[in-house]
Structures are given as structure tokens and as C-alpha cells.
Design a binder for this molecule. Structure first.
Ligand code: 5AD
Ligand code: SF4
Length: 485
């Protein structure tokens, strides 16, 4: 899978009008939009993967076209949407807790429309309307174009639902409203859905069949971002390596086929100053062609998110990952050979069904083999309807799962620190993203390998520019330095 999930915290997305000045306030983006009398106000909050955050930008675009204005305060909204994640049980629990807060607001203001979007909407369908009486509208990830109609239905006093999945929908023609607000980095969805059927994963059920977006619309979106001054794009898909598009070329006089390596190259060629990232790569599909493309272009970042999930071939087979430990090692060796210095990160699941202590040890030795720069680590959470829920027993006690998870975490912290320490004493090229979270006197930004770097701000360099930063020291999560002469 899957993109890098935001575990343990959520971000409020405060919607931006496309044309108005942005003003950062903490994590959130506030827009100085002129006050329009009588326009309805929308508040949207997103959970889960980057794809969900990108989808919220599509939703915002659809509703702004209907005359909605946005607000960062749900208490003054007419419509509150929560874009949900089903990947683990605790992700769903967090959404339910938040919904009860919105419910309290609805009791105060009965006209408030509360909508549930995304994976939980798709998974629970009309059950949501039965279980959560305060929810008015339930909309799956392929039905966002229907939102204006569904809101209309609610305004007429009905509950509304559309959870139809599509084999074609890619929202290719909808220009997302950029919500994260730094004006420098943005996500571009290049495909939707997933056909992989990893046995633990609910995503193929909630996001439907895999489909690739027309490359012309991807390139147009990237070019538009360049024109607006953006300096970094991340191409998003559950499994970017299986991107495949067949259709007419730009002049519409010939049939072309575009794979992921070719798409990556086309985006990189748009502008040498635009950094290109992508997520997520699947070990079974990542090709040498992709690796050579990364190596060929300086502006394609040397960073690959390559989830291993487990270091044991037997567990990988039960997970239906369709590769073995040896295959994964072969892909890592290819990355090391073709792109020396490339950062690699991972997703790892502790305590999958029937995992033995020896197999858990194999995950730890895999971590030592690769030396991940970063890893997202999870305790296995059985999801209703998945292959594993139907065929395998969730037989590892919670205590054992959490002990294994903490061993994985400790190992990862050691590796993260070691990888960051390798940069101390070097000068790195950093794309300045803005002021650091902790101090207005510091800038933060990332290097090519995706490490976060914090350094004293300078009058001579503005956010959106590149700075050469000499790295003086590091913590286990951040590099610290100063602008080099
Ligand atoms: N339990 C635990 N972790 C899971 N993931 C996906 N499904 C589950 C589950 N049922 C993890 C995988 C995936 C990441 C996005 O979330 O590691 O790559
Ligand atoms: Fe990722 Fe596998 Fe889930 Fe697809 S099924 S989203 S590849 S973890």
C-alpha cells in the first residue's frame, strides 16, 4: 500500500479559496477571503493517508464551485465533513469520537449538516446512518461529484447516501483546492483504488478497483503548480508502480501507453527546479526502469517508500504480498546499486496472524539489512471483510503484539538516528518550506532524502527557495544546522 498514514494525530484542513492570500496560523491554513453575504460555510477534517488529504482538496473544489465558503471553525459551519480512514480499528474509533463532538454541535444547531466521507463511509454504508443518528450524509471516495445533489437532498429533510464505487472515476478534470497551505509542496493523485488484495488490508474494499489517471491531466496539474510557484510535487497512488495508461497522445493523433517510469520522467522534465516525489512503491512491482529514471534526473528525489510489512517469507505469503524476503532484498540491493545514497522507508506490521517469535526476529533482521531511514510501524488490527479476517485467526495476544511492536520501534529509532547522523558535517540542499514549528526564528525544510532540517532563518532566503545548509547535529527525527556560506 498505501500512503504514509497519519497515526495518532489529525490535521484540521481549513479550506482555501483558490484565489486569495494565504496566511499561516500554526498547522492550519487560514484564508483571507472577502466575506460573501449568505454563502454557506464548509468545514472539512481529514484522517488517514495522503490520498484522503488529496481527496479533501477535490471535495473542496467541488463545493467552492457551488458557492460555498470555507471556515476553520466547525462551530460556525453550515456543513461539516469528516473524511475518514478505516485502515485500523483505532483510526475508526478516533473518527467516532470526533463525530460525537460534531453531534453535540448539531444538537445546539439542528440545521448543521454532518457528512461522513471516505473509507469508513464506504465500509459501513447505510449502517452509518443507522448507527450514528446525527450523521446526515454518507459519501464514498468515488461519489464526490454527487455532493451538491446529496446536500440538496439533506436540505429537503432526507438522509442522503452515495457509496457507489467506479471503475473509471479519477477526478482528472477537477482542479484541487490546495489545502495544506504552504504554497510550496503539493500532492497530485495519479491513480485511485488498489487491486492487490493484501490479506490484512481494507483498502481494496473501500477504494475499489485500481485505475490510472490520464497523464495529460497530471502534467497539466503539475505545470499549473509550477506556474503558481510550487517547488515540490508528490505523485500519489496506493501502488504507483502499477500506474499504466493507454490512450491518445496530446495531439490526439496516436495511441500511447505510459507506465510509471515514463510518467515520472515527464513530470521531472517539466521544470528542473521542481522536486518530484512519489508514494507508495510496491516491492513486487518496482522496476529497474523506475530506479534508472530516479537516478537520471536530479530533481526526482532519492527517496523510496517501500513497505516490507514483514521480514518472513511465510508471513508475507499469508499477507498475500506476492513477494518473498529474498525478492525484497533483491529490490533493496538494486536500489543501493542504481541510486547510491537513496533513502528507503517502510511500513511494518507486528503480530500478524500466526507470526512466530522466529518470524518476528526475521522482521528485525530485515530492518538491520536495509537500515531504514524511517518506518511507520503498526500492530496488526483485524479488519472486517478482509481475506485475513475471513481465513485466518487473529491469534497473537495483544500483549505479544505490543511487545513485538516496541522492539520494532526501538530498532527503528536506532536506525533513524544512525541515518541522520551520517549527514552531520555535510552541506545539504534544502527546500525551505517555512518557519519551523517550534520557533519563528528558524526555518524548516527537507533534503532530497526527505529528512527534516531545521536551521536559523535568514533574510536572504525565502520559503520556496533552496538553501545550502551545513548540518551541525541531529536528534532522532531532525537535522539541525546553519546556512552555509
Ligand atoms: N493492521 C495493521 N496495519 C495495517 N496496515 C494496513 N492494514 C493494516 C491492518 N489491518 C498498514 C500497512 C500499510 C499501512 C498503510 O498500514 O503497513 O502499508
Ligand atoms: Fe497497499 Fe496492499 Fe492495501 Fe493495496 S491492498 S492499499 S497494496 S496494503
Amino acid at each position: 500500500m498505501g500512503s504514509q498514514y497519519k497515526e495518532g494525530y489529525m490535521i484540521d484542513l481549513q479550506l482555501a479559496d483558490k484565489t486569495h492570500d494565504e496566511q499561516r496560523q500554526g498547522e492550519a491554513l487560514i484564508i483571507d477571503a472577502p466575506v460573501q453575504q449568505n454563502s454557506r460555510k464548509l468545514y472539512i477534517e481529514s484522517y488517514g493517508c495522503q490520498m484522503n488529504f488529496a481527496d479533501s482538496e477535490i471535495v473542496a473544489s467541488i463545493l467552492l464551485d457551488q458557492g460555498f465558503q470555507t471556515t476553520g471553525d466547525y462551530k460556525e459551519a453550515d456543513v461539516v465533513f469528516i473524511n475518514t480512514c478505516s485502515i485500523r480499528e483505532n483510526a475508526e474509533q478516533r473518527v467516532r469520537n470526533r463525530l460525537s463532538q460534531f453531534g453535540a454541535e448539531k444538537r445546539r444547531n439542528p440545521k448543521l449538516i454532518v457528512g461522513v466521507l471516505g473509507c469508513m463511509a464506504e465500509r459501513l454504508k447505510s449502517k452509518f446512518l443507522e448507527e450514528e443518528k446525527l450523521v446526515d450524509v454518507v459519501v464514498g471516495p468515488d461519489a464526490y461529484r454527487d455532493l451538491p445533489q446529496l446536500i440538496g437532498q439533506v436540505e429537503e429533510g432526507q438522509k442522503a447516501i452515495n457509496v457507489l464505487l467506479s471503475r473509471e472515476e479519477t477526478y482528472a478534470d477537477i482542479s484541487p483546492v490546495r489545502l495544506n497551505g504552504n504554497g510550496i509542496t503539493a500532492f497530485i493523485s495519479i491513480m485511485r483504488g488498489c487491486d492487490n488484495m493484501c490479506s490484512f488490508c481494507v483498502v481494496p474494499f473501500t477504494r475499489g478497483r485500481e485505475r490510472s489517471r490520464d497523464p495529460h491531466s497530471i502534467l497539466a496539474e503539475a505545470q499549473d503548480l509550477v506556474d503558481k510557484g510550487y517547488k515540490e510535487v508528490t505523485l500519489l497512488g496506493q501502488n504507483v508502480d502499477s500506474y499504466k495508461w493507454k490512450g491518445a497522445d496530446a495531439a490526439e493523433d496516436a495511441e500511447i501507453e505510459v507506465n510509471f517510469a515514463q510518467l515520472l520522467e515527464k513530470v521531472a522534465l517539466l521544470n528542473a527546479d521542481l522536486r518530484v516525489r512519489f508514494s507508495t512503491s510496491h516491492p513486487k512491482d518496482i522496476t529497474d526502469e523506475v530506479l534508472y529514471t530516479i537516478a537520471k534526473y536530479d530533481n526526482i528525489c532519492n527517496y523510496i517508500h517501500l513497505p516490507v510489512q514483514s521480514g518472513s517469507s511465510r508471513v508475507l505469503e499469508l499477507m498475500n504480498r506476492t513477494y518473498t524476503r529474498e525478492w525484497y532484498i533483491n529490490r533493496v540491493d538494486a536500489i543501493r546499486k542504481i541510486i547510491p545514497g537513496c533513502a528507503i522507508s517502510s511500513d511494518i506490521i507486528a503480530g500478524f496472524c500466526t507470526e512466530t517469535e522466529e518470524e518476528h526476529q526475521e522482521t528485525l533482521t530485515m530492518m538491520d539489512y536495509v537500515g531504514y531511514d524511517f518506518a511507520f510501524t503498526f500492530s496488526y488490527s483485524e479488519r472486517p471483510g478482509t481475506l485475513a479476517a475471513r481465513k485466518l485467526e487473529d491469534d497473537i495476544p495483544e500483549k505479544v503484539k505490543s511487545r513485538r511492536l516496541s522492539e520494532i520501534l526501538v530498532k527503528q529509532q536506532e536506525w533513524s538516528l544512525k541515518r541522520l547522523q551520517e549527514n552531520v558535517g555535510k552541506t545539504l540542499r534544502i527546500l525551505v518550506e517555512g518557519k519551523s514549528k517550534k520557533s519563528d526564528l528558524d526555518y524548516c525544510g527537507r533534503n532530497d532524502q526527505n529528512a527534516m532540517v531545521v536551521f536559523p532563518a535568514s533574510e536572504n532566503i525565502k520559503p520556496g527557495q533552496y538553501a545550502n545548509v551545513f548540518i551541525e547535529r541531529c536528534t532522532s527525527a531532525t537535522l539541525l544546522g546553519r546556512i552555509a556560506d
